[in-house]
Write a protein that binds this ligand. Structure first.
Ligand code: NAG
Ligand code: NAG
Ligand code: NAG
Ligand code: NAG
Ligand code: NAG
Ligand code: NAG
Ligand code: NAG
Ligand code: NAG
Ligand code: NAG
Length: 662
């Protein structure tokens, strides 16, 4: 009810529509109908089980025997100055950003600068409220084959490249128009997204620099950097074949040098020092092979925005492409459900992170996820994967990575943080959020937006119950507690005792739990009792009643004992829980759906009622100040049968904001 009244209140404050965004996904539908509407032709066929919606449920790994201690003590210094190994200060917005394969931009981000996916905007708004801004890379294997064209049919700003037979990689090349940059700029004006793009690195004699020229000109400060080479250590590998097999680190160094020369000579590229590299997959070439054994750092330090690596802990390449050997998801699951998973991943980067810090450059895991070649069924979208990603993120942050980008592919991968429905289902299905999107949300909340957060790993040898402390402005602010064990009997639930060294525990602490019934499940995940919804139910907003648990502490013994279920995760707040109301995006994404009956399952009356705070009928009388919803709606009423159109109006305050307050 509170949501509802705040919703109404804030939408009544709407001043005037500034921007109109048309999306293709109907947000009006949040549940299946009791009865089909008149004229509807029955319920839709069940969706095909593409990887992104796979229903494989694995068995949870065996429990460690005997049960590890459940009531261990964490003695935490009150003052960060007394903490050994405290990390750098984190100030790059949401620690987890996203790496979006260029071939899926249309599905995930939008068709063009005036057709932007509203669920995407809503998902980003959640992160913006917690972390200030979000970093997104448009790139991946496709970036090396992307090129700009003058025109693409049917109002698209991107298309698959149908012409380039020289691309043997697993992902198709793409063409794009200048409108791609306007779409990105428009997104940044709605939610605080900063961008990374990549310069094609295939033709190093005749550089295609439009992405740098238009990117800088149109995006301005919202463009953070330009990647120069994507996993160059794989350029000569079988299946990639972009370079002869004798391609070396020095060759890459030489090509980077040629690129710098070309950019320096190009007057349409005003900013010369935003390059990103070397983005090694760290398979064939370990980081030092480029950073230390070639003159890369000394030559290019002035040109680099950030030092980057790309890595995945596992792969599904045998199943997908008959490359390598078979990875059995059930046998592999336990490798994700331990603190060692993250530690093993970052180990090879400890020296690199020091080099980056000495140069004063951000050090970014530029592309990562649970398993390359599309992820692993049963693992990549499980609650277990969300715990893994969260632990891995905290470990990266504690090892002085500045940020990490989770990769997003199409419908045919298991690991997406979020996925749009297949195009032929956009009329009746909503989006799907992968379990790891919750990890990005929780990371954002753990670090907040003060730009002063530092983290330390306090796990010691508790492999299955890791913990971290987060300091803000030098003071203990939050504690993260994990329990990887999966035990419905409750015997493996933990209740760590937090004591404060050089201070006293407060009378009470607030705790937010990340919860699901098992590490194996993919449904009913909740963060502080709220959920984005199960597959095909997501409009990008959290649903349900927020529940922040209050735990009483014992000041006499200086102990706060915090229960954490098996499995589970808790974020303990020694300061007030991060407000998600302040610094909210200055825009909101109101939605209402209009359609012909054929694809109409239902129009959620609540959404219609609350869109713009008034009913659809009243809204039609409102006149031109909200032309976005009125005129557009009238126009769309006449659309071809079967096309479902969403009208989203952006205004000074409103629906999303209100929904996010809780
Ligand atoms: C991270 O950087 C801090 C300095 O800000 C340093 O004290 C710490 O040792 C570094 N940690 C690692 C793992 O390199
Ligand atoms: C975006 O696509 C729609 C049609 O789907 C078209 O009406 C509109 O003009 C396009 N916008 C741009 C900027 O091309
Ligand atoms: C949004 O895109 C349109 C092109 O469709 C462009 O004219 C406009 O300048 C863009 N707005 C922003 C804020 O970039
Ligand atoms: C690497 O291989 C290419 C093509 O096979 C050849 O032209 C080139 O001379 C070789 N480079 C070196 C340094 O051997
Ligand atoms: C890191 O640097 C140390 C000292 O130079 C060296 O002994 C170690 O092998 C390096 N580690 C890696 C993973 O390269
Ligand atoms: C959507 O397209 C896929 C692939 O072409 C097909 O298998 C599926 O049946 C279609 N679904 C609907 C509801 O039309
Ligand atoms: C944090 O840094 C961002 C720029 O990265 C800046 O826009 C924001 O205002 C800073 N926040 C605070 C609280 O200083
Ligand atoms: C998810 O929650 C719903 C509603 O509480 C319940 O009906 C359903 O059985 C749950 N699903 C699982 C897999 O726990
Ligand atoms: C959790 O959310 C559900 C659904 O929104 C609600 O019914 C329930 O009361 C909430 N639980 C708590 C403890 O707030």
């Amino acid at each position: 009810m509170l949501v509802r009244s705040l919703w109404l209140f804030s939408t009544l404050c709407v001043v005037a529509a500034k921007v109109t965004v048309y999306g293709q996904i109907p947000l009006g539908q949040t549940r299946t109908p009791d009865a089909p509407e008149a004229g509807a032709t029955g319920t839709p066929a069940p969706p095909p089980l593409l990887a992104a919606y796979d229903e494989t449920i694995l068995k949870p790994p065996a429990l460690p025997q005997p049960a590890p201690p459940t009531d261990f003590t964490l003695n935490l210094p009150a003052n960060g100055a007394n903490v050994q190994d405290l990390s750098i200060v984190h100030h790059m917005g949401a620690f987890f950003g996203f790496s979006i394969e260029m071939s899926v931009i249309t599905q995930i981000i939008g068709k063009n600068s005036s057709h932007i996916q509203v669920p995407f905007l809503n998902l980003m708004a959640n992160l913006q409220q917690r972390a200030g801004h979000i970093n997104i890379r448009l790139g991946g294997n496709t970036q090396d084959f992307a090129h700009m064209v003058d025109h693409i049919d049917n109002g698209h700003s991107l298309d698959k490249d149908h012409s380039d037979p020289s691309n043997p990689t697993f992902t198709p090349g793409v063409t794009y128009t200048v409108d791609l940059f306007y779409m990105m700029a428009n997104i940044s004006s709605l939610v605080n997204v900063k961008w990374y793009l990549g310069i094609p690195f295939i033709d190093t004699k005749d550089w295609k620099l439009q992405i740098a020229e238009y990117g800088q000109t149109i995006l301005g400060d919202n463009l953070l950097g330009l990647q120069a080479g994507n996993e160059p250590d794989y350029y000569s590998a079988p299946g990639h074949d972009h370079r002869p097999t004798n391609y070396t680190e020095m060759d890459y160094y030489g090509e980077f040098h040629d690129l710098v020369t070309a950019m320096d000579a190009n007057s349409n590229i005003p900013v010369k020092n935003m390059l990103i590299g070397p983005s090694l997959a760290s398979g064939p070439w370990m980081p030092e092979k480029v950073l230390v054994d070639t003159p890369y750092l000394e030559s290019f330090a002035d040109k680099l925005y950030a030092i980057t690596m790309e890595n995945y802990p596992s792969n599904n390449c045998f199943v997908r492409f008959k490359v390598g050997s078979y990875v059995d998801p059930q046998e592999t699951f336990h490798e994700f459900l331990t603190h060692n998973a993250g530690l093993n991943l970052v180990r090879k980067y400890r020296n690199t992170s020091n080099l980056a810090r000495q140069l004063g450059k951000p050090f970014i895991m530029f592309e990562t996820n649970s398993a390359t070649c599309g992820g692993l069924p049963g693992i990549s979208d499980s609650f277990g994967a969300a715990l893994w990603a969260l632990d891995y993120g905290f470990t990266m942050a504690a090892t002085n990575f500045s940020g990490a980008l989770l990769h997003i592919g199409g419908q045919n991968v298991y690991y997406n943080p979020f996925t749009a429905p297949p195009t032929n289902q956009t009329a009746f299905n909503q989006w799907t959020v992968g379990s790891i999107f919750y990890s990005t949300l929780i990371m954002a909340e753990a670090f907040g937006k003060s730009n002063t957060s530092q983290i330390v790993d306090t796990t010691g040898d508790r492999e299955f119950t890791p913990s971290y402390s987060i300091y803000e402005n030098g003071a203990l602010a939050r504690v993260a507690l994990f329990n990887y064990n999966d035990d419905p009997t409750g015997a493996y639930a933990i209740k760590p005792k937090i004591t404060i060294d050089g201070g006293k525990v407060p009378l009470q602490v607030k705790v937010k739990y990340f919860d699901a019934t098992s590490v194996s499940v993919k449904t009913n995940l909740t963060w502080a009792n709220q959920t984005f919804g199960n597959k095909f139910e997501v409009d990008g907003r959290l649903k349900g009643d927020l529940n922040i648990v209050t735990v009483d502490c014992d000041q006499a013994t200086n102990v706060c004992a915090i229960p954490v279920k098996a499995p589970g995760f808790a974020l303990v707040f020694f300061t007030e829980p991060t407000s998600t109301t302040e610094d909210a995006p200055s825009v909101t994404f109101e939605t209402s759906a209009y359609t012909k009956a054929i694809n109409t399952i239902t129009v959620d009356p609540e959404v219609l009622e609350t869109s713009n705070g008034i009913s659809g009928k009243e809204r039609a009388k409102m006149g031109s100040t909200s032309f976005g919803s009125v005129n557009a709606a009238e126009g769309f009423g006449k659309l071809v049968p079967g096309i479902y159109v969403l009208v989203a109006m952006i205004s000074g305050a409103g629906v999303v904001l209100a929904a996010l307050i809780r």
